[in-house]
Design a protein around this ligand. Structure first.
Ligand code: 5GP
Length: 357
């Protein structure tokens, strides 16, 4: 018989951070830089753990240039060629490689490209292994293979949403597990496949599992404003990845469109029809597209967005009395502000409840 989890699982919108007594005088006193020592690569990371997603409209070389300047991280999209990577390596300072990862899928072609780029660019030290469904055995085997070939590279891998799979990926060789199935702004998995997990609960549960093994987690998707990013950190995410919040800028990919004198940029999911036609020539017959294509208002240089984003996180730290981002989860109490839909409206109760007064 199918089983049902009755305990409520929550999204970012379902909670708020409760303010706490604070001795901080201003947001500028908050330290957002974090230092991590990774479980398997043994590398140390130092930076602001806010990450641009490896979507071709977001994770671009130009985005990495700007975000690295501010201490943020970029996972590059999978469609750069080996030559483009060589050019990137030849024209950027070595220091940028503390803030970027190459992304890869798990096909033979992906493996060949990954090994070629890593061989050509010894300064590259982080790899993001990214599949829509991180629950397959093939994925776990691929992580093992990459760990064996690249013992000193930091490996980000996902996506999954449950503690036991976080543990499995860490034990296979990942350093930081990406968490999120279905929350993305241009993702349609919850509708197309009926699969998903509310993101705040996924992060809470996965962070707990990862930290128990000295591993890390990256919350991926579902942040629609800086407050959501603060909630993800409050729930225990070590890194927070976002697509939509970094889309629409000069540094983002995606066509610029002018309509009635206003500018927009195209933003689409990596398994949308748009992306599949662009990179593979067509939508594969056996799979439904699980991403959509939207236009978002053009937002100019990403620098202003970064300031706004970091300002929001600093503010959350100030309200909760967290002098550093590291302290935020320890000082987090979430207040649940929504009810499950069936609590709010039960037609049977409405029909039969005794009238008051
Ligand atoms: P956002 O920050 O825009 O809410 O979410 C970004 C995340 O959505 C990405 O990092 C990735 O995990 C996920 N994503 C990107 N494209 C697609 C897609 O086409 N389908 C699905 N299911 N998820 C996607």
């Amino acid at each position: 018989m199918p089983s049902i989890i009755n305990e409520p699982k929550l999204d970012f919108k379902d909670v708020l951070l409760r303010p706490k007594r604070s001795t901080l005088k201003s947001r500028s006193e908050v330290e957002l830089t974090r230092e991590f020592k990774f479980k398997n690569s043994k590398r140390t990371y130092s930076g602001i753990p806010v990450v641009a997603s490896n979507m071709d409209t977001v994770g671009t070389f130009e985005m990495a240039d700007k975000l690295a300047e501010a201490g943020l991280f970029t996972t590059m999209h999978k469609h750069y060629s080996i030559d483009q990577w060589k050019d990137f390596g030849a024209t950027r300072p070595v220091s940028i490689f503390d803030h970027v990862a190459i992304s890869s899928g798990i096909s033979e072609n992906d493996w060949n490209k990954l090994t070629a780029v890593c061989e050509a660019l010894p300064q590259l030290n982080a790899i993001c292994l990214d599949v829509a469904n991180g629950y397959s055995e093939t994925f776990v085997d691929f992580i093992r293979k990459v760990r064996e070939q690249f013992p000193r590279h930091t490996i980000f891998a996902g996506n999954v949403v449950t503690g036991e799979m976080v543990e499995e990926l860490l034990l296979a060789g990942a350093d930081c597990v990406k968490v999120g199935i279905g929350p993305g702004s241009v993702c349609t998995t919850r509708k197309k496949a009926g699969v998903g997990y509310p993101q705040l609960s996924a992060v809470l549960e996965c962070a707990d599992a990862a930290h128990g093994l000295n591993g890390h987690v990256m919350s991926d998707g579902g942040c629609t404003n800086p407050g959501d990013v603060a909630k993800a950190f409050g729930a225990g995410a070590d890194f927070v990845m976002m697509g939509g919040l970094f889309a629409g800028h000069d540094q983002s990919g995606g066509e610029l469109i002018e309509r009635d004198g206003r500018k927009f940029k195209l933003f689409y999911g990596m398994s949308s029809d748009t992306a599949m036609k662009k990179h593979h020539g067509a939508v594969a017959e056996y799979r439904a597209s699980e991403g959509k294509t939207i236009t978002i208002p053009y937002r100019g240089d990403v620098t202003n967005t970064v300031l706004d984003l970091l300002g929001g996180i600093r503010s959350a730290c100030t309200y909760t009395g967290s002098r550093t981002l590291k302290e935020l989860p320890k000082r987090t109490t979430f207040i649940r502000v929504t009810q499950q839909t069936n609590d709010m409206y039960n037609p049977y109760e409405v029909a039969t409840a005794p009238k008051s007064g």
